[in-house]
Design a protein around this ligand. Structure first.
Ligand SMILES: [Zn+2]
Length: 86
C-alpha cells in the first residue's frame, strides 16, 4: 500500500497527470483514506496553479513581494514561538 511519504514523492507528477494509470489509482485510493495527504495535494495544486499562471506572463513583482513577505512573517513567527517556549 502507498504510504504518505511515497505519495509526497510522486505528488507533483500526480498533479501534472504524469503518473501511470495504476499509480494514479493508488494515489486516489490513498487520498480517500488520508486527510493529511488530501490537504497536502490541495496545497500543492494551489501553489502549482499560481506558479504556472505567473510563469506564462512576465514576472509579477507584486506577487513576488507578497510571497517574500509571507516567508518573512513565517520565519518571524517561528522565531517568536521558539523564544517563548524557552
Ligand atoms: Zn497519507
Amino acid at each position: 500500500m502507498l504510504m504518505c511519504r511515497g505519495l509526497a514523492e510522486i505528488a507533483s507528477d500526480y498533479i501534472d497527470g504524469e503518473l501511470s494509470h495504476r499509480q494514479n489509482l493508488t494515489v486516489k485510493m490513498h487520498l480517500m483514506m488520508c486527510k493529511d495527504c488530501r490537504t497536502f495535494i490541495g496545497n500543492l495544486r494551489a501553489s502549482s496553479n499560481l506558479l504556472s499562471a505567473h510563469s506564462s506572463g512576465k514576472a509579477d513583482e507584486e506577487f513576488l513581494r507578497r510571497i517574500n513577505e509571507r516567508v518573512a512573517e513565517a520565519l518571524n513567527d517561528r522565531q517568536n514561538k521558539g523564544s517563548d517556549s524557552e
